[in-house]
Write a protein that binds this ligand. Structure first.
Ligand SMILES: NC(=O)c1ccc[n+]([C@@H]2O[C@H](COP(=O)([O-])OP(=O)(O)OC[C@H]3O[C@@H](n4cnc5c(N)ncnc54)[C@H](O)[C@@H]3O)[C@@H](O)[C@H]2O)c1
Ligand SMILES: O=c1ccn([C@@H]2O[C@H](COP(=O)(O)OP(=O)(O)O[C@H]3O[C@H](CO)[C@@H](O)[C@H](O)[C@H]3O)[C@@H](O)[C@H]2O)c(=O)[nH]1
Length: 435
């Protein structure tokens, strides 16, 4: 099938390359000329495991092209909308500027029978509004909402073998469903469940899933707060409750909390939309989920002060990890970057290192100091903060770090290290939610 993918960021670039690997012919469109130039050269414009190889193979087939001109989407039968829906400045609501602009620019190039497929995460009600616009301007063209559930760091496998497909389709949605079934034929044949529903349900499935995940993380972080005042251990607590299959151990890792370009802005946009719908009470608990999450960052800064005798002013603090999670270069709403910036504001000499995130972090916080190695970051450090649990930081040998630091103090913001190993090597080990 001929497909277009509009918006080639973390979601769209992976989607485009994966669709080619399924046998389709794809044109990727983006308004960012640098991104399109890199992609057209077969280079991934961001770090995502497996994407460079997939892109190179896809380019080699001759079935993947990229363009900044939306007119090049003409001729595709299915058009995936993958543009950003960030948080609006000064508000909790989602900024729909990019979704609206991309659909408006696409409409003149649609033909009757074409299917526009929204993949971006949007407030409930968006699909119905866009469907009406498309129907008015290109009779016979259709819209479906097919939210995306991929995780950064696992984007390729999540796209090719998702847990489920959700299709939000109009009342007479059989043609739209049939087209999406053709696009995803391979995964469907392998048994991936698909739920065909209305627009509103599909939109809500996406934000409900992210709200649930955020709530699970904030729940365990609230327990961490209790552990801190009682001397209990949140990792053992999580292991114990997680053995109950109804609860499950996944997404119960206490620490610095959730960040990234999705969970924080999605729960806020959900609250804002519920407010507009007069249903703010229904998701009022998300305010608490957000507040618990933010408190973890404050707690980490406080802990850094505490181990430095009450103030970090003039202290050398090594920060290991700056992305919002490992295996990604994404620093959007990164708890690690936030903590590093707060410590710098308090007068600490913060030395940040990260395997993939430095360029993005520097763009957001150019005044902070970035170095390429753990040795440079920890040289003369009064405290070492592990803030993103990259494999290489989990595997650090305390005996090796001892040679660089000025004080053997480690704060484990992700409960990723074995306290016994670090203490046995003479380190003072502190973490969130455990002694
Ligand atoms: N990142 C993820 O892991 C992920 C997972 C699931 C869902 N989502 C959702 O997918 C959407 C995209 O997220 P992302 O992380 O890929 O964002 P992103 O910022 O990485 O990418 C968005 C891209 O859209 C482009 N764009 C903006 N306006 C455009 C237009 N008018 N025409 C063409 N391109 C345009 C931008 O230049 C950018 O490259 C969001 O709604 C997000 O919530 C993201
Ligand atoms: O037990 C846990 C699990 C995660 N996190 C943090 O939560 C954040 C989000 O992690 P994750 O959900 O793995 O990353 P994303 O790539 O942002 O993926 C989420 O957001 C995407 C965009 O909507 C969805 O598609 C995915 O299903 C959803 O998991 C990160 O900061 C993690 O460090 C924790 O603190 N504890």
């Amino acid at each position: 099938m001929q497909l277009s993918v509009i918006g080639c960021g973390y979601l769209g670039a992976v989607h485009a390359a994966c669709m080619v690997s399924l046998g389709h012919e794809v044109v990727g469109i983006d308004v960012d000329p640098d991104k399109i130039k890199a992609l057209a050269n077969g280079d991934a414009p961001f770090f995502e495991p497996g994407l460079p190889e997939l892109l190179r193979t896809a380019m080699g087939t001759g079935r993947l092209s990229f363009s900044t001109d939306i007119a090049d989407a003409h001729g595709a039968q299915v058009h995936f909308v993958c543009v950003g829906t960030p948080q609006k400045a000064g508000s909790n609501a989602a900024d729909l500027t990019y979704v609206d602009a991309s659909v408006t620019s696409l409409i003149p190039h649609l033909r009757a029978g074409d299917l526009v497929v929204g993949k971006s995460t949007v407030p409930v009600g968006t699909a119905a509004r866009l469907a009406a616009q498309i129907a008015a301007e290109t009779p016979g063209a259709m819209l479906a909402w097919n939210p995306e559930f991929l995780r950064e760091g696992y984007a390729v496998q999540d796209t090719l073998t998702p847990d489920r497909f959700v299709y939000g389709v109009p009342e007479d949605g059989s043609a739209a469903t049939a087209l999406l079934d053709t696009v995803y034929a391979q995964a469907l044949a392998a048994g991936t469940p698909r739920i065909v529903t209305d627009y509103a349900t599909a939109e809500l499935v996406k934000v409900a899933a992210n709200s649930f995940l955020a709530t699970k993380i904030s729940f365990i972080n609230a327990m961490a707060e209790l552990c801190e005042v009682t001397g209990a251990d949140v990792t053992e607590l999580a292991d114990a409750i997680g053995l109950d299959e109804r609860i499950g151990r996944r997404f119960l890792n206490a620490g610095l909390g959730f960040g990234g370009g999705c969970l924080p802005k999605d729960i806020r946009a959900f609250m804002a939309r519920a407010d507009e719908l007069g249903a703010d009470q229904a998701v009022g608990f998300l305010r608490e989920v957000d507040a618990i999450n933010t408190r973890r960052r404050v707690r980490m800064v406080d802990l850094a002060r505490e181990v430095n005798g009450g103030s970090v002013e003039g202290k050398r603090i090594a920060v290991l990890g700056v992305t919002f999670k490992p295996n990604s270069d994404d620093v959007r709403d990164s708890p690690a970057l936030d903590v590093a910036a707060q410590l710098a504001r308090l007068g600490a000499h913060v030395m940040i290192t990260d395997p993939e995130g430095i360029d993005n972090a520097r763009r957001r916080h150019p005044h902070l100091t970035y170095v390429s190695t753990v040795a440079e970051a920890t040289a003369g450090a009064d405290a070492v903060l592990l803030l993103t649990e990259w494999r290489e930081y989990r595997d650090l040998d305390p005996a090796v770090l001892t040679k660089f630091v000025s004080s053997r103090t480690i704060l484990d913001g992700r409960n990723a290290l074995d306290p016994a190993v670090w203490r046995a090597a003479g380190w003072s080990y502190r973490a969130l939610g455990r002694q």
